[in-house]
Design a protein. Structure first.
Length: 135
């Protein structure tokens, strides 16, 4: 449910910095908002022990980061994309869509870990995640 309680929604511009986070494998569904580099580094250290990925250069004085991951998938045919980001009276609502492969689509059968890492202007509200096509 994404209804804004008595207020209007406005679009929030975002930048996808997923390509700057390499060799990560999130083993379960993740929906996290980070307001500081320390928070992001700490989370990655706990979620990916012993891997120590290089953290993207994000200006946390003016921006915050949102990480969404789907957990393991069975082939290269899966992908995750941000459909929209909106600000309501009390939340940041992020809508993502998981692309799933069609029957007969040429994919490689191996475990993959789709995720997106985006930055948005600093808003300081709670995060609400909506995954299109899922209950």
């Amino acid at each position: 449910m994404l209804a804004a309680c008595g207020g209007s929604e406005k679009p929030v511009p975002f930048v996808d910095v997923s390509s700057q986070l390499h060799d990560v494998q999130f083993p379960r569904l993740v929906r996290e908002l980070f307001r500081s580099r320390t928070e992001l580094v700490g989370y990655l250290g706990r979620a990916l022990p012993g891997r120590g990925p290089v953290v993207p250069n994000i200006d946390f004085a003016h921006r915050e980061a949102i990480l969404v991951a789907m957990g393991p998938r069975s082939s290269t045919g899966y992908a995750l994309r941000v459909v929209k980001v909106r600000e309501t009276s009390d939340r940041i609502a992020v809508t993502v869509r998981e692309r799933t492969p069609s029957l007969g689509e040429p994919v490689v059968s191996r475990v993959t870990y789709p995720f997106v890492l985006i930055t948005i202007p600093r808003i300081d509200k709670k995060l609400l995640l909506h995954i299109q096509g899922r209950p």
